[in-house]
Design a protein around this ligand. Structure first.
Ligand SMILES: [Zn+2]
Ligand SMILES: [Zn+2]
Length: 381
């Protein structure tokens, strides 16, 4: 049975769900968070890294400080859940469960404000713009670390496919680094019936797409994981015209910096080689989007033991497999030791970013109880 206060946070989660806000537009969500934190006695700092909010609560004279992070933004997806609390904004949807992560953090913040948590400081970080991989960096650029100086940081993401309420931990590299890369190809267009007078960027681009597949199969160590996806190939508009230009949009995932560097180097070499072979020119732009999420071993063991103490070993999975998705929680982990944790959203849950995905409200009570216990154990040690 849920306690009345747990029901309040389910209602709040559904309220966030009905009003999704995309990265950099999280004004309504942020102001709800700020208002509640202030009501509960937190020192509230808003407008950090865009629409980020930080709530700070101190007790006693302890100098230890722990941060918890929740992401708050939604996605440009048209919702198909049919839920009574479905998105009221066409083309926008909480399809990654950030509405749930936010509700969990608020439930935790409420509990920490109402009951003793020991001696020290809790820093509740509500991060915007996770889905575009820029919110965490923006918050640090705005002085998150200098202003709030926490000793350790923890974050949580729900995980469809894992039984509801089961936990997953992994020390070391856990979620992948994400890089975006665009290869622009310039040829010489002309009549589709006179191809010998053109230098065709479509044929060159097609060869590049195929050759790029060899990077993971032939260049990357077989015991390392990596993904090279050509997600966009844009060229031409008419069937009887050889276009002047084409472009390839690539998405690269890796876990180790040297693998990431190798992949980017090989893409450049292959694209240049193919361009020479097919008499076109290329230029390449790389955008380093998100680093790999690398969990600190000590903090991960600590967080895992708190979960085992509360939920038992049968609900806690240690050293689960790394995942080739990405999250800018990585920016926190390069600055402070901590751990990113996953929590099962249910075996029947639609996948993250699916138009029928929905966050499992049953997770709010146990997850916020877990965060509360993590904070108390951390400040006690
Ligand atoms: Zn997402
Ligand atoms: Zn997410």
């Amino acid at each position: 049975m849920m306690t009345p206060s747990a029901e309040t946070f389910v209602t709040l989660r559904r309220e966030f769900h009905a009003h999704p806000e995309l990265a950099r537009e999280e004004t309504r969500t942020s102001s709800t968070i700020s208002r509640l934190l202030a009501e509960w006695g937190y020192r509230v700092h808003d407008g950090i890294g865009g629409h980020g909010v930080v709530g700070v609560l101190s007790r006693g004279h302890g100098s230890k400080s722990i941060a918890l992070r929740a992401d708050i933004d939604a996605l440009p997806i048209s919702e198909e859940t049919g839920a009574p609390y479905a998105s009221r904004h066409a083309g926008k949807m909480h399809a990654c469960g950030h509405d749930g992560h936010t509700a969990i953090m608020l439930a935790t913040a409420h509990d920490l404000a109402k009951r003793p948590f020991g001696d020290g400081t809790v820093v509740a970080v509500f991060q915007p713009a996770e889905e575009i991989g820029q919110g965490a960096k923006a918050m640090f650029d705005d002085g998150l670390l200098e202003r709030f100086g926490f000793d350790a940081v923890f974050g949580l993401h729900n995980l469809p496919g894992m039984p509801a309420g089961e936990w997953g931990f992994r020390s070391g590299p856990f979620w992948a680094a994400l890089d975006d890369l665009v290869v622009d190809i310039r040829g010489f267009g002309g009549h589709g019936g006179l191809p010998h007078l053109t230098r065709d960027p479509v044929v060159a681009g097609a060869q590049m797409v195929l050759a790029l597949q060899s990077i993971v199969s032939r260049n990357v160590d077989p015991l390392q994981a990596a993904v090279v996806t050509v997600g966009a190939f844009n060229a031409g508009a008419a069937r009887n015209v050889v276009p002047n230009a084409a472009s390839l949009g690539l998405n690269i995932r890796s876990f180790e910096p040297d693998v990431r560097d190798l992949i980017i180097k090989r893409i450049g070499e292959i694209a240049t080689g193919m361009a020479n072979a097919f008499q076109v020119e290329i230029s390449m732009q790389v955008r380093h989007n998100t680093r790999a999420v690398v969990n600190d071993p000590t903090m991960t063991a600590f967080a895992r033991d708190v979960a085992i103490g509360r939920f038992g070993t049968e609900k806690v999975h240690d050293q689960i497999r790394p995942m080739s998705v990405s999250d800018d929680f990585a920016e926190f982990l390069v600055r402070r030791p901590g751990s990113y944790i996953v929590l099962g959203n249910g075996e029947k849950s639609f996948p993250l970013h699916h138009p029928k995905y929905d966050f499992n409200d049953e997770l709010i009570a146990p997850a916020s109880a877990y965060w509360g216990e993590l904070v108390r154990s951390f400040l006690r040690n």
